[in-house]
Design a protein around this ligand. Structure first.
Ligand SMILES: Nc1ncnc2c1ncn2[C@@H]1O[C@H](COP(=O)(O)OP(=O)(O)OP(=O)(O)O)[C@@H](O)[C@H]1O
Ligand SMILES: [Mg+2]
Length: 398
C-alpha cells in the first residue's frame, strides 16, 4: 500500500468518525426535542390528537387519553375515522381542515366513550404546514364542555324559576281569597234551613275541589316565596327512617316494600331537616306512584369525599331507586321543570321543589332511568363537617 493511499484511508475513517459523531449528536438532540414536545403536549389541559395528511393518528396526549378513555398506543397510526367511528362531526372537522387548509371549530361536538356515553366537547382543528407550505397534518384540540353546559343549564333554569316564582306567587295570592269565599259560601248553603239534602252531593264536590285547589295554591306559594332556612347538622338516616314510618300505610296499601342500604359511617349533613324531609317525601311518593302494581323501593346512602357536582365539597349521597315505569329521555329533559307532569291530578311541582331545596343546600340532584325497569333519583347534600380547606366554604351556608 502506497503512502498516499494509506493517508487517504486515515482521512476517510476520521471523516466517517466525525459524521458518526454528528449523527449521534443529531439523534440526541432529536430525542430531546421529541421528549420536549411530548412533555409540552402532556402538560396541556386540552385533549390533543394529531392527524397526518393521510388521516392517520400520529399523536395523542394524556388529556386526550383521559377524555377518550383509551391509552394512546392502540390509537397510534389508526385512521381517525376508525378511532372515532361514532363521531361524524369530528371526522368532518378533520376532513374540512385538511381540504380547506383553514382552522375549523365546532363548539358543540359529541365524543362517544367506549361505554357509549357522550361527552359534549368544543373542538378546534388547525392545519400544521411544512416550511414549504404543504400540509403536514391537523391538530385537533378538544375541550370537555360538560361542566360548562351543566352550569349554563342550571343558570337558565334558576332564571326561569325566578320569573315563574314571581308570577306564581302573584296569581296564587289573588286566588287564595276568592277560594276561601267559595268554600265559605258552599258551607253556608249547606247550613240553610231549606237546603235540599239531595244537593249536598254538589256542595261537597265544590268543597272538595276548592280544598284541592287551595292545596295547589299553598304548594305554589311555598315554592315561590323566600323562606328563612335553618341549617343544622342532621342525621340523614333519621330523616329517611322517619319518612318510611310516616308513609308505612300508603306503602303497604300499594304493595311496596322498602329496602334500606345505608352506609353506617355516613357523617351528618348540614341541612334544614324539615326541607330535606320534604325532598325525600316527594321522591318516595314519586317512586311509589311509578309502581302501580307494587314493587321494591330501595333507599341507599353513601359518602363521597369530593363531589364534582358540588364544587368539591364532601357530600352524603342518598339514592331512591324504584322498579317502576321509568322515563324516556324526552321526559328526563323536563323532569325538574315546574308544572311538568304526566300524571292525572299531578301538579308537576314535586321535583321542581326538591331541586330548589337541594340547591339551597348547595347540593345537587341527578336522575337516571331504564324505561320499563325503574328509575333512580340521587340527592347529593354537603356534610356538616368538611375535611380540609373546603370546611370553611361548606359551613358558610349556615
Ligand atoms: N320515580 C319516577 N319514575 C318515573 N317517572 C317519574 C318518577 N318521578 C318523577 N317522574 C316523572 O316526572 C314527572 C314530574 O314529577 P313531579 O314529582 O315533579 O310531579 P308529579 O309527581 O307529576 O306531580 P306532584 O308531585 O305534584 O304530585 C312525573 O309526572 C313523572 O312523569
Ligand atoms: Mg311528584
Amino acid at each position: 500500500m502506497s503512502v498516499r493511499s494509506s493517508r487517504r484511508g486515515r482521512d476517510d475513517s476520521s471523516e466517517l468518525e466525525q459524521l458518526r459523531r454528528q449523527c449521534d449528536e443529531l439523534r440526541v438532540s432529536l430525542e430531546s426535542m421529541r421528549v420536549y414536545y411530548e412533555d409540552l403536549l402532556g402538560s396541556l389541559q386540552d385533549a390533543i390528537v394529531v392527524v397526518d395528511p393521510g388521516g392517520r393518528i400520529r399523536s395523542v396526549n394524556q388529556a386526550a387519553e383521559e377524555l377518550i378513555g383509551l391509552s394512546a398506543q392502540p390509537l397510534h397510526d389508526r385512521p381517525f375515522e376508525q378511532a372515532f367511528p361514532h363521531d361524524r362531526p369530528l371526522q368532518e372537522l378533520v376532513r374540512k381542515t385538511l381540504e380547506s387548509g383553514r382552522t375549523h371549530t365546532d363548539f358543540d361536538a359529541r365524543l362517544t366513550g367506549l361505554d357509549g356515553s357522550q361527552v359534549v366537547v368544543s373542538a378546534v382543528g388547525s392545519l400544521i404546514r411544512e416550511a414549504g407550505g404543504e400540509a403536514r397534518g391537523v391538530v385537533v384540540a378538544l375541550r370537555d364542555q360538560t361542566r360548562i353546559r351543566d352550569l349554563e343549564e342550571r343558570l337558565a333554569r334558576s332564571d326561569r324559576l325566578a320569573v315563574l316564582g314571581t308570577v306564581a306567587a302573584g296569581v296564587a295570592h289573588e286566588i287564595r281569597n276568592p277560594l276561601a269565599g267559595l268554600r265559605g259560601a258552599a258551607q253556608l248553603l249547606e247550613g240553610e234551613s231549606g237546603f235540599p239534602p239531595t244537593f249536598k252531593e254538589y256542595t261537597s264536590v265544590i268543597i272538595k275541589e276548592v280544598d284541592r285547589l287551595a292545596s295547589i295554591v299553598e304548594t305554589l306559594l311555598s315554592f315561590a316565596s323566600p323562606r328563612a332556612l335553618s341549617f343544622r347538622p342532621c342525621n340523614l338516616h333519621e330523616i329517611l327512617d322517619g319518612l318510611v314510618f310516616l308513609e308505612q300505610a300508603p306503602l303497604r296499601d300499594r304493595g311496596v316494600s322498602v329496602q334500606r342500604v345505608y352506609d353506617p359511617q355516613l357523617p351528618e349533613i348540614l341541612a334544614d331537616s324539615a326541607e330535606i324531609h320534604q325532598v325525600f317525601l316527594n321522591l318516595i311518593r314519586n317512586g311509589v306512584e311509578a309502581m302501580p302494581g307494587g314493587g321494591e323501593l330501595t333507599l341507599r346512602t353513601r359518602y363521597e369525599r369530593s363531589s364534582q357536582r358540588c364544587g368539591g365539597l364532601s357530600v352524603a349521597v342518598a339514592e331512591i331507586v324504584d322498579q317502576g315505569t321509568g322515563f324516556d329521555p324526552e321526559i328526563e329533559r323536563h323532569l325538574f321543570t315546574p308544572f311538568f307532569t304526566t300524571k292525572e291530578g299531578g301538579t308537576g311541582l314535586g321535583l321542581a321543589i326538591c331541586l330548589r331545596i337541594v340547591e339551597d343546600h348547595r347540593g345537587a340532584m341527578e336522575a337516571t332511568s331504564q324505561p320499563g325497569k325503574g328509575s333512580s333519583f340521587r340527592v347529593l347534600l354537603p356534610l356538616a363537617k368538611q375535611p380540609g380547606p373546603a370546611a370553611q366554604e361548606g359551613l358558610r351556608t349556615s
